[in-house]
Design a binder for this molecule. Structure first.
Ligand code: NI
Length: 258
């Protein structure tokens, strides 16, 4: 079975709406979806979608790009309240650091605070975390070492080197690979795909972003995860059924899906 472990199907880029996106991707062979939140409103949308489809599970959390105007205490109490509303919430995410979009040190300090507090919340609720790390490998690693996620997690859209991969694997985390692995000039993601152990790999789309080849330049859909799988098959010389099944089992294990 195919499990897209990271898709933002509620995104406004989908003119047809999230329900149609999910229906279409189910038709195209996706068996399970993990829809992460990036703020409180979208976390609620993710919960609602999970209530409509047996195939959809969700995560709740605040993305580093969204923290600027927020109050941490308020966010934590909102997340705690949300958690009580659904048994399909299987993780806290996506959370982390983003120095690509944000350069202001004050806001980065705020991102760190939100990241740490949401890891602590995940530990309290006995949930794994979904980590966003863009151009912030060193700080992300430091926080993960000082505040270990006790119920595991995934480094979503892994974008580091093979050296960084080893560090992340040593923390017991899973590695999420997406569209960039299919890009012709993406030497590092292909190296990472080659060496990442199959039992620690998850496949994702991050749709509607990061569209894989041959759809690059267009909007991304959860079922395009098949193109990510196909490229990993080629790189690892493993057949697609094995990649599909193992990454699906890995996702179910991490998110404790029966
Ligand atoms: Ni995402």
């Amino acid at each position: 079975m195919i499990f897209d472990t990271h898709c933002h199907v509620y995104d406004e880029k989908y003119v047809e709406g999230e329900i149609e996106v999910i229906k279409k991707s189910i038709q195209e062979g996706v068996g399970l979806f993990m829809v992460p939140g990036d703020n409180i409103i979208n976390s609620k949308k993710a919960i609602e979608l999970a209530s409509l489809f047996p195939e959809v599970y969700c995560a709740i959390g605040v993305h580093p790009s969204d923290v600027e105007s927020l109050d941490i205490e308020e966010v934590i109490s909102q997340l705690k309240e949300l958690y009580k509303t659904s048994n399909k919430i299987k993780a806290i995410g996506e959370i982390g650091l983003d120095k690509y979009w944000v350069k202001d040190e004050k806001i980065i300090a705020k991102q760190k605070e939100f990241f740490i507090r949401q890891i602590e919340l995940a530990n309290e609720l006995k949930l794994p975390i979904i980590i966003h790390d863009r151009d912030a490998h060193e700080d992300t690693l430091k926080i993960l070492k000082e505040h270990p996620p006790l119920y595991g997690g995934v480094m979503h859209c892994f974008s580091g080197s093979v050296e960084y991969l080893k560090e992340i694997l040593s923390l017991g985390l899973y590695i999420g690979l997406d569209g960039p692995v299919t890009y012709k000039n993406a030497i590092t993601p292909k190296e990472v795909a080659k060496v990442v152990p199959l039992d620690r790999l998850l496949v994702e789309t991050d749709s509607p972003y990061l569209t894989p080849v041959p759809f690059r330049g267009k909007i991304n859909y959860p079922h395009y995860v098949k193109n990510v799988i196909e490229e990993i098959c080629r790189i690892k010389s493993i057949n697609s059924r094995e990649i599909e099944n193992t990454t699906c089992e890995n996702g179910k294990k991490l998110f404790r899906i029966e």
